[in-house]
Design a protein around this ligand. Structure first.
Ligand SMILES: [Zn+2]
Length: 484
């Protein structure tokens, strides 16, 4: 043990998160564990089972929005695959929202300098949960604002208009490896703009598409409505068309004809799919390794989150195929409804909230199919030495950046983390993720099979290490006010 600590500590010391690492509270992995982890990694790098499942999901089923027949076909497909892989499969019931896209058209019908008979078509797509316009559409003046502060200042002007909130995506930030931050900033108008516009009496909400795509494709996603507020038609226009509207608007009033006919149907029955590799000593204690099975409806959800769910399934199946059985159970989970409700994660939490001590740790992969760089961990600082042996194992694939996070990571496993369960997520290269995410271009060809092999190597070795730890993993402080 002393010898293996000596091996581990220089690695830990070399990385930025590892402030104040105390080896007193953590027993690093035994040498034979390191050999097993290396064996797992090497096997993953030769295995395309996960990529083949991703191809099945995207090419044979396609888009998988909650409540759709495709989402149910995906449940059946992955349950069958996990069953064939020899895992113990359970379908966990989840009631999901059922929103269906309709027609969506935008046209600029009045603007300064418009030649007689000429209109300009605008490329747009409804946001998930959008209300509908009348079937014949709305024809109204457009107000353009660039921030919530400007919206506040011009709230009176917004009444009865189609309002575009145009905030650009900071691609430089994304190029510098901070795409999540860029998404958070540019996404704010999408997340809460439509509700704010409904409140001031706007007739419809438009946002500039989030992300770095520059092929005039729209970016959909969920928007958050006030529980007691009204809903209005809400759509994302492409970045190019937001700029067109801004240019014309600078020359005089612009009028748009907007038609959106989505429907919100009654909640539908669906499922999380669970596949267990049952533990040898503590079968009731569970390490979750997961991704989400549902996707937006514009494309086939290859990077969001087919790659994550296929890699998670592939990780557990790989361990099974190698004949490995760690102390605790490793549970592959294909979550339903991450995109527009996270009902799957909430249902799992509800089903397990009285026996949370059995939820040992949770991993979710939901950041695409980029090259793995390392892992993110929402765990106590004292836990870091327990996972440090992985850095050496993941060195050959360049995935040695281990970063500690203060907040829950992974939407579906966040309720578990708020209740004390340690959480993990692969740290992936996401510099180009938001070029495709939630757009019609999120398709299988964007995925490099080598990156899926590497992601499986990371997930499988991390899950095995956690599930076979001799000691418990320290729990996170419980955030009682945030347990939804
Ligand atoms: Zn996702």
């Amino acid at each position: 043990m002393i010898a293996s600590r000596a091996l581990v500590l220089p690695l830990v010391a070399a990385i930025t998160f590892a402030v104040g690492v105390s080896s007193a509270q953590a027993e690093p992995a035994q040498p034979d564990t390191s050999a097993t982890l290396a064996r797992i990694r090497d096997a993953a790098l030769k295995d395309d089972w996960a990529f083949q499942r991703l191809a099945d999901l995207t090419d044979k089923i396609g888009p998988r929005l909650s409540g759709s027949p495709q989402a149910e076909a995906a449940v059946a497909q992955v349950a069958a695959a996990l069953n064939v892989a020899g895992l113990k499969v359970t379908l966990q019931p989840v009631k999901v929202p059922h929103w269906v896209r309709g027609e969506e058209r935008g046209e600029l019908v009045e603007y300064a300098g418009r030649p007689a008979g000429i209109t300009q078509k605008v490329q747009l797509t409804a946001l998930g949960g959008s209300a509908a316009t009348p079937a014949k559409g709305l024809t109204l003046p457009v107000l353009v604002v660039h921030s919530f502060a400007e919206l506040d200042a011009r709230a009176a002007e917004a009444k009865g208009k189609i309002v575009l909130i145009s905030v650009p995506f900071n691609q430089l930030l994304a190029d510098n490896g901070r795409s999540g931050e860029a998404y958070g900033q540019a996404g704010e108008p999408r997340f809460r703009g439509p509700a704010a516009l409904a409140k001031v009496g706007a007739a419809a909400a438009l946002v500039r598409s989030v992300g770095g795509a520059d092929f005039r494709i729209p970016h959909t996603g969920a928007t958050v409505w006030d529980e007691n507020g009204s809903k209005i038609p809400a759509a994302a226009v492409t970045a190019e068309d937001a700029l067109l509207i801004e240019r014309l608007n600078a020359q005089g009033p612009v009028t748009m004809k907007l038609t959106l006919t989505p429907q919100t149907l009654p909640d539908a029955d669906s499922h999380n799919v669970l596949g267990d590799l049952v533990g040898s000593e503590k079968p009731d204690e569970v390490v979750i390794v997961s991704g989400h099975l549902d996707s937006w409806d514009l494309a086939t959800g290859a990077i969001d989150d087919g790659a994550g769910v296929a890699s998670a399934m592939g990780a557990v199946r790989l361990l099974k195929s190698l004949g490995l059985q760690p102390r605790r159970t490793i549970r592959a989970v294909a979550w339903m409804n991450e995109e527009n409700g996270t009902r799957g994660g909430k249902a799992y939490f509800e089903a397990n909230k009285n026996t949370l001590s059995n939820q040992f740790a949770a991993i979710e992969s939901d950041s695409g199919a980029g090259r793995p760089l390392g892992l993110l961990a929402h765990i106590t600082k004292d836990s870091m030495p327990l996972v440090a042996p992985l850095q050496k194992v993941l060195g050959p694939i360049g995935a040695t950046a281990f970063e500690l996070r203060d907040n829950p990571i992974g939407a579906d496993i966040s309720p578990l983390q708020r209740a004390g369960v340690p959480g993990f997520e692969p740290l992936l290269d996401t510099r180009s993720y938001f070029n495709y995410h939630h757009t019609p271009a999120d398709t299988l060809d964007k995925v490099d099979p080598e990156n899926i092999r590497r992601q499986v190597a990371l997930l499988a070795s991390l899950a095995y290490l956690l599930a076979d730890l001799p000691e418990p993993l320290p729990r996170l402080p419980v955030n009682a006010k945030d347990d939804d």
